[in-house]
Design a protein. Sequence first.
Length: 95
Amino acid sequence: MTRVSSALAAEQYKYRTGFVTYYKDNEQIARFADIANNRKHIAFTKDYEPFFIQQEFRILVENEVEDHYSLSIGDISDITHISPIDEVLNSEYEI
């Protein structure tokens, strides 16, 4: 996240970050209240089923862009690893 923050600051972009709040069907009133209190929260809400397992973290860039924006954060080879597909599919992961 440090690289993203630094790149956005260098571009003088305003942004917000946060985890997505997942709302169940019976919690939609709370979801709408959350959005009504702060319209920018709409970017951080999602239906509980089937998405809650994703545990998303989002970045909302507040500056207006015409169509899309690509942010260059530099080389990330020090924090990434390329794995063969068999290794990924046949491994167990614990969160």
